[in-house]
Write a protein that binds this ligand. Structure first.
Ligand code: FAD
Length: 503
């Protein structure tokens, strides 16, 4: 007998819970009289984590899917544009590089332009800095903003953008969306998860005695994984030997002009600080390893990094990096922090919520008990988070810093074999082993390799097949075009004002 998923119950009203509710309502309530139902349970006693202010371009897929108007969203969530991430002091103290969204030049003769750039660099010929090939980086570093263009003749074709926003306002925005579409919200504190005889979830028991039954449960209860771990026993795989940061202290401060259209991350003695400009304040935080730094030291470092007056008391947050061994077990899918967490260095957590929701939609079961869909979903979501994990580890392991115990640890630690293979391919022959489905494309890996001072011994062999003077001409034309387009774009604040129709 098949069991169909008609009633979805979401536990948790943080970013993950309301994203799931909004997207499910869009998926399931398309036609009037749909037999499907969605209920979300959240506790007023447990506040959502509330951080999560920087995104990557895939956030636009969510807005498009939900048919959300960009101006309305940006206005309601205190958002600014984000063109990438500026890394300061990562390779060594004083170093500075940019990981821009989008491409590093067009594809020339089957190879991205940055491979021709690398070939020139390896040959010892003068080349511009790598970020001259990034449309997004040139816009960001000149404090300007323009949207990507579909027109392949414009350098803006190669740009990409995302947003910085207030996570609490985003959750409220999505809640309004989901409730308007028919999602039922229940305020209550889940005291117990009741299981059926076959071990699947039957209901959520609230402290006031109510019993919330459903067919399919989505666990968005945050780090504790109330259903997926506490009731269903799916273990958590701890990655702190590779990513030793396990704490953050967050402290917003007053806004200061100009509003930079990028996230700034600065390497510190035991981790790194973030600086995220929203319209009305700056989000600041220090992500650190408690093995190498205590809470008081971390707070002092963060206060020292502030560029404006703090607006609140600092908030300490504990976390464990890693992933849920099986994110989908029986009739429960975990999302958000309940399914795993990677430090926010490349702003990937909110992306993963959306990506996993869509992966679930691709594997939406006719029969909840279909093991093959569950298994495929689990395998694919592991592959994605492991690739992101490797990318983050690279940011530490590749650094030339040796100045504190933290940096000595992360630059000497063993790395996953998967990352070792990628490094070898790059170092010996300039190859970037990124899969079509990987979140981080070759341009992203290249930005970090180069920012950390890695140059291959030999270039990609395909670059040898293109005459050098042709590559040099293209490089010059493209970088010139990018620079001109960046300087012709309006300042970031003017672009925001135009979107919001403010004078
Ligand atoms: P939570 O926000 O913790 O929500 C849990 C929900 O479950 C709450 O509503 C709570 O009330 C409910 N709940 C829990 N227990 C019960 C119970 N017993 N009964 C009823 N309800 C219950 N991501 C990014 O993409 N970009 C970033 O820049 C970024 N920065 C971050 C910085 C830090 C320091 C941290 C820790 C995370 C950051 N993240 C970032 C991750 C991002 O914050 C999370 O992915 C996102 O907020 C999702 O959280 P969540 O909804 O899974 O959990």
């Amino acid at each position: 007998m098949t069991r169909s998923a008609d009633h979805f119950v979401i536990l948790g009203g943080g970013t993950a819970g309301w994203m799931a509710a909004a997207c499910l309502s869009r998926l399931l309530f398309r036609v009037p009289g749909s037999p499907k139902r969605v209920t979300l349970v959240e506790s007023a006693e447990i506040a959502p984590i509330g951080v999560g202010e920087a995104t990557i371009p895939s956030i636009q897929d969510m807005l498009r899917y939900l048919n959300i108007d960009e101006a309305d969203f940006v206005s309601a969530t205190d958002a600014t544009y984000k063109l990438g991430i500026r890394f300061r002091d990562w390779r060594v103290a004083g170093s500075d590089f940019f990981h821009g969204f989008g491409e590093l030049g067009p594809t020339i003769e089957n190879l991205p332009l940055f491979q021709h750039w690398l070939s020139e660099k390896i040959a010892g010929r003068p080349v511009p800095p790598l970020e001259a090939l990034s449309m997004s980086a040139q816009l960001a570093l000149n404090n300007r903003f323009a949207k990507p263009k579909q027109d392949g003749n414009s350098p803006l074709f190669m740009a990409g953008y995302a947003y910085h926003f207030d996570a609490a306002k985003v959750a409220t925005y999505l809640r309004d969306y989901a409730e308007a579409k028919g999602v039922k919200r229940i305020e209550g504190h889940v005291a117990e998860v009741a299981l059926a005889v076959d071990g699947s979830v039957n209901s959520l028991r609230l402290t006031d005695g109510r019993d919330i039954t459903g067919d399919f449960f989505i666990d968005c209860s945050g780090f504790k994984g109330l259903i997926i771990e506490k009731a269903l026993g799916s273990p958590f795989e701890d990655w702190s030997h590779w990513l030793p940061c396990d704490r953050a202290v967050a402290l917003p401060s007053q806004s200061i002009a100009p509003l930079q259209p990028y996230t700034q991350v600065t390497a510190r003695d035991a981790g790194w600080t973030w600086r995220i400009p929203l319209q009305s304040r700056i989000g600041n935080g220090y992500v650190y390893a408690s093995r190498f730094c205590d809470a008081a030291q971390a707070e002092q470092t963060l206060r020292g990094a502030l560029e404006s007056q703090p607006l609140a008391e600092p908030r300490q947050i504990h976390f464990t990096p890693g992933r849920r061994r099986e994110a989908w077990v029986k009739n429960c899918l975990s999302l958000g922090l309940a399914s795993g967490f990677l430090e926010p260095l490349e702003s990937t957590s909110i992306h993963l919520i959306f990506a996993n929701l869509f992966r679930f939609f691709d594997h939406f079961p006719r029969d909840i008990d279909s093991a093959v869909l569950r298994q495929t979903y689990n395998d694919r979501s592991v592959r994605e988070i492991e690739e992101i994990r490797d990318f983050l580890i690279l940011h530490y392991w590749a650094s030339a810093r040796r100045d504190t115990p933290f940096w000595r640890y992360v630059t000497a630690m063993d790395i996953p074999d998967s990352l070792g293979a990628k490094l070898e391919a790059f170092r010996t022959q300039g190859k970037i082993l990124a899969d079509y489905y990987d979140l981080f494309k070759p341009a992203s890996w290249m930005a970090i390799y180069d920012g950390m001072g890695f140059t291959p011994k030999a270039p990609d062999p395909l670059a040898d097949l293109v005459p050098g003077d042709f590559s040099r001409r293209v490089l010059q034309n493209v970088t010139q075009g990018i620079r001109q387009a960046a300087l012709a774009a309006p300042p970031h604040e003017a672009s925001l004002a135009a979107l919001l129709r403010r004078p």
